[in-house]
Design a protein around this ligand. Structure first.
Ligand SMILES: [Fe+2]
Ligand SMILES: [Fe+2]
Length: 290
């Protein structure tokens, strides 16, 4: 794995060639969008659907955690990145809410509403119980999860190619921006607190909550389709997630790096993925506009 490049500015650890700015996509999902939009696979499609259901409230939590401490930063470049982070997460909330309403239209409205309510209740509880330092540590930890999932989606062309085009644009765009801003919450946490043990605990707790949440709602969505009675479909989908080089399995080595004492999100220098997929996203957009 490549280490941090020399272009990293001491006050702005994000590489100089990475700009963090929000982009509104205005995505629409038609009734013709396939139900199993990921590789015609019910398990992986519903796993990513379940993740999407957690995003609107999760991302609001991230934004509030960062906003609380932003006045501690004097450096204008870092302030600009924080504004970019807040803008990007706000756009992700909007676009994923549109996607979640598309799931409603496919006959899952009761499940999606319950899932969104559950996320809201859990995060409301977290806001009450946690200090603002703990909230920021949790955000830095959960941003690590989104960053490694994003890297997993962008690193392998085949992963993007097996998605239905309109949904591919959503996940490609989100994964690009998660990569761009992957260090913003982490760097702010280092500035205002920096205790390693606290961020380790938040990664473990956050991962357990996210795993439980996505498992429950993936299962509920699969049950609605009668897929719980199809062991072959379940086994095939689970292999794509948890088997050799599965979508989740491939992130495990990167996941564990967070427990290094001198970890930094940009020690994995993957900004080439941003450039490569931004170009692809522009082509998709131009083709749509033509
Ligand atoms: Fe996001
Ligand atoms: Fe993010």
């Amino acid at each position: 794995m490549s280490k941090a490049p020399s272009t990293i500015h001491p006050l702005r650890p994000t590489p100089a060639n990475v700009t963090i700015a929000p982009h509104r996509m205005g995505l629409q999902f038609a009734s013709s969008t396939p139900r199993y939009w990921y590789d015609n696979d019910p398990v992986v499609s519903h796993f990513l659907n379940a993740l999407s259901l957690s995003f609107p409230d999760g991302e609001r939590f991230f934004v509030d955690s960062v906003r609380f401490f932003r006045d501690r930063i004097d450096d204008p470049a870092r302030q600009k990145d924080i504004s970019g982070f807040i803008g990007q997460e706000a756009m992700h909330t909007l676009e994923h809410s549109t996607f979640n309403r598309f799931l409603d239209s496919q006959g899952y409205a009761d499940i999606t509403r319950r899932a969104e309510r559950t996320a809201r209740t859990l995060l409301k509880g977290a806001r009450i119980r946690m200090s603002s330092h703990e909230m920021l540590a949790a955000t830095a930890a959960l941003e690590h999860i989104t960053a490694i999932l994003a890297d997993g989606l962008l690193r392998d062309d085949k992963t993007m190619q097996v998605m239905a085009p309109e949904v591919r644009a959503l996940w490609m765009w989100h994964a690009i921006e998660e990569t761009e801003h992957k260090a913003v919450a982490f760097d702010l946490y280092q500035d205002v607190d920096g205790r390693d043990r606290q961020r380790y605990i938040m990664l473990v707790v956050g991962t357990l909550f996210l795993a439980a949440y996505t498992s429950v709602y993936t299962w509920k969505l699969l049950r609605r389709d009668g897929m719980h009675r199809k062991p072959l479909v379940l086994a095939k989908g689970l292999w794509k997630l948890l088997g050799r080089n599965g979508l989740i399995t491939r992130t495990i080595p990167d996941f564990l790096e967070f427990f290094d004492k001198d970890f930094h999100p940009w020690q994995q220098e993957n900004s080439h993925l941003i450039r490569r997929w931004r170009a692809e996203l522009d082509t998709l957009h131009d083709a749509k506009a033509a």
